[in-house]
Design a protein around this ligand. Sequence first.
Ligand code: CP
Ligand code: NVA
Length: 307
Amino acid sequence: MAALKGRNLLSLADLTADEMQHLLTTAAKIKSGEINPQCPQKILGLVFKKASTRTRVSFTAAMYKLGGQVIDLNANLTQIGRGEPTADTARVLDRYLDVLAIRTFAQTEVEEFAHHADIPILNALTDLEHPCQILADLQTVQEEFDQLAGLTMTYLGDGNNVAHSLILGCALVGMNVRVATPAGYEPDEAIVKKAKSIAGDRSEVMVTPDPKAAIEGAHALYTDVWASMGQEDLAETRIPVFEPYQINESALAIADKSAIVLHCLPAHRGEEITEGVMEGKQSRIWNEAENRMHAQQALLAAVLGAA
Ligand code: CP
Ligand code: NVA
């Protein structure tokens, strides 16, 4: 799709519904082997200021499958770790690389990179959003149900970065999205408002403290850790607050019979999800993790003008 060439992905709200559908279709075709876009001699840079297994490795594998190269710009081995201004780093990396994926804390930092660089900047997770994760999640739902519009996605737990991108992504594809969080841990109001305006009258965006109301009849149950990277010191005190929001066997029993279970990983078994549900027959968590690679291969190919 020509419209995606050269574009950033900082928030899922950067995409139109058609662009999102194009990425999901491309990812599915790449996975099935129907297409094999190539970006020879293109170079992807990775700036990761937080730990990562899936995102780092799936981006790297995806770029290799496209015939490109990857440079891992470990912050501690570059001047990034010594505090060189983002504006300077961005303008220099722009001259060497063709695309840059960044995992950091502040959303404003990826925005600043995008402002100072002409190459596509991809958000590989910030405190506000995790758009690449949700591409893979929606691909996983699509391959299970062969549709997205009209289905219901329920997210239980912390109104965090993953929840934010999920709310926006579901609104874009016409899925109903229900988010159940304890009071005080709701998703960002501006994101919910944006999702409602994207969804219009096609689908519902619900935020509730009531997990049962959110789960009843849902086609996908989704959760994430109760304390994200950077919040480790809050983890213990959050456990009793979040306990009613665990995805366990009784939660799954009130979802639709066909419901699947998703988790972006890494998971804390016994906290946000039980071992039994994670390893149970309704879990699609491992396919979801695999789809990170296909979805990002589609994204890289699109922003590099090859798909
Ligand atoms: N889900 C996800 O982004 O995992 P990593 O933190 O391992 O990249
Ligand atoms: N919300 C989690 C997601 C990890 C992939 C975090 O930010 O740590």
